[in-house]
Structure formats: C-alpha cells, structure tokens
Design a protein around this ligand. Sequence first.
Ligand SMILES: [Zn+2]
Length: 155
Amino acid sequence: MKDKIKFLADHMLGRLAKWLRLIGYDTLYLPLPDTEILLLAQKENRLLLTRDKRITERRLVKKKIIKCLFIKSDFLEEQLQQIATELNLSLTLKQPLCTLCNKKILLIPKERVKGKVPPFVFMNHQEFGFCPTCKKYYWKGTHWVKINNTLTNLF
Ligand SMILES: [Zn+2]
C-alpha cells in the first residue's frame, strides 16, 4: 500500500516532517549522525528524506538497500510537491499524527476539552483531537485551515 509508506526525515527537514505527520504519514525526525540514520531507515524500512547529497552516495543507498529520496528544495511547498510527484502520493489531510511524537491523534468529544483549551477555541470548534502521549490538544483551527489551503493550492 503506497499510503502506508513510512518516512524518516534528516535533521534539515524538521518542518517537512511536521507536515507529513499532520497529513497523516508516519514520519520519524531524529537528529542522528548519518550512519545511524541510515541504519534506522534500513531497520524500520523507512524512506529516508534528506537534503544531504553525500547520503545519496552511500553504498547501501546506491544499491537501493536503503530507500532514500534527495529533497531538492529548501522550500516546504516545493518539498511537498516533489514528494507527491516522485512518490505518486496524495497529500491531502487524512488521519493526522501528533506533530510532536508521531502517534495517532484521538478524536475526543467536545465536552472533554472544556477548560483544557482556550474558551474562544472551545466556542468556535466542534471537533477536537488529543494525543495521549504528549497530552496535547488539537483542533481544526487557523493552522489547519492554512495547511489545507496550502495543500489545495499545490495539487
Ligand atoms: Zn504526541
């Protein structure tokens, strides 16, 4: 399943990693040395996203034992576009993952967030999510709208 692809983003791609999580792709983002990041990609069968040309020259990458995509641009929109095009992925908001820990955000009933989020947020939103690991609340606020617009404009 293409949509089940898992990513590993290198230290230069933190913002992209966050977006991939919000879109719903399992994405690890760890500041690790090259050798360790390559090992991790291999071990967990993740597609390594990198801005580092040297990594793409590694033997295991050249032999395609480790899957790796060299990200060409520094700009988030272009990075997303490249991933969508080259991997033939649909980048629309699905089941989002927590931007902090990469775990599933649970949908929770509105009454459970009362007092936990700012009052104007509580009043203006109907759908809420919660990450049990980070204890972080999510709602489809302006950030969400902005992401959705960006993705819609891209594709
Ligand atoms: Zn979390």
